[in-house]
Design a protein around this ligand. Structure first.
Ligand SMILES: Nc1ncnc2c1ncn2[C@@H]1O[C@H](COP(=O)(O)OP(=O)(O)OP(=O)(O)O)[C@@H](O)[C@H]1O
Ligand SMILES: [Mg+2]
Length: 276
């Protein structure tokens, strides 16, 4: 048996877990009348691509907000790498810098350039005064330009964000998140409303970034087919409850949380509306 001595010089100072996100019996509400999420249990492994699928109003965005501290649960516990998300907690605030969150509305600043939008991701490293003066360190500018190329917008550096197409805006939002050097990427319907080809280009981009950066991606989708194509696990949310957790193994859809729906029913319910 291995003897591990713990002292101040020990290299075993941190416990690492394969599970980067853990939700235990989580419920949350916006008002006293109803729950937006009820009794959610979720365990997400580090480095994986996890998708959340469900109909409009089922609670998908609320779920992502629980993972970045924008909402706190009314019941149950949320842990992000052992830390409870709380905006006024110093430890979590530091961690928040490494959580790339792309809201459903993308959250771009319309009247500034693509490059400046991307540099917002580096703000925690740059500091407020320097950024207000738009004095960005050369290494951060180089990094921003490298990421710009990576997302295929190398030639749009100085374009104002409001002049971009829907797909380009999404690329900027991804680039801003990558600029944070994130360990977790939370993306809320980043490819909804895009054509089939652009949606897959963007998903491939995230997939590639994920492999090179050892990123854990949690992505909300409307299209079950697309979710199954890219995600290791897909959680299905219905009326605030997680009714199913599935994934593809070989050519089979595997059910990790026994539900009472069959595969055809799920695919039919959650197929992209535009393709019905
Ligand atoms: N700020 C809010 N105040 C009150 N209720 C809210 C608020 N935001 C969301 N809700 C309610 O909580 C429930 C879940 O909303 P949520 O935005 O998480 O759904 P969603 O699955 O992301 O939907 P969509 O696919 O339309 O984006 C809905 O019933 C919604 O009306
Ligand atoms: Mg939503």
């Amino acid at each position: 048996m291995k003897q591990i001595q713990m002292n101040e010089n020990s290299s075993f100072s941190l416990i690492s877990t394969k599970k980067i996100i853990q939700l235990n019996d989580v419920s949350t509400s916006y008002d006293s009348k109803s729950f937006a999420l009820k009794g959610i249990n979720m365990s997400i492994e580090r480095g994986t691509n996890y998708a959340v699928v469900g109909q409009s109003g089922s609670g998908k965005s609320t779920l992502l907000k629980l993972m970045n501290g924008m909402m706190i649960p009314s019941n149950g516990t949320v842990k992000i790498d052992y830390v409870t998300p709380k905006m006024n907690d110093k430890k979590f605030k530091k961690m928040l810098h490494t959580i790339g969150y792309i809201p459903q509305s993308l959250g771009l600043v319309k009247n500034i350039t693509v490059l400046e939008n991307i540099l917002i991701g580096a703000l925690p490293r740059i500091g407020k005064i320097q950024s207000l003066l738009k004095k960005f360190p050369k290494d951060e500018l180089d990094e921003a330009r490298k990421i710009l190329k990576l997302v295929g917008l190398g030639n749009k550096e100085y374009r104002k964000a409001y002049m971009l197409s829907g797909g380009e805006k999404r690329r900027v939002a991804i680039a801003r998140a990558l600029m944070q050097k994130p360990t977790i990427l939370l993306a809320d319907e980043i490819v909804s409303e895009l054509d089939h080809v652009t949606a897959r280009e963007i998903m491939n981009l995230i997939s590639d970034a994920q492999k090179t950066m050892n990123l854990t991606a949690i992505m909300v989708h409307h299209d079950m087919q697309l979710a199954l194509e890219y995600a290791d696990r897909v959680a299905v949310i219905k009326e605030g409850e997680k009714i199913l957790e599935i994934g593809v193994e070989g050519n089979k859809i595997v059910d990790f949380q026994t539900g009472d729906l069959n595969t055809e029913e799920i695919m039919e319910m959650y197929a992209d509306d535009s393709k019905k």
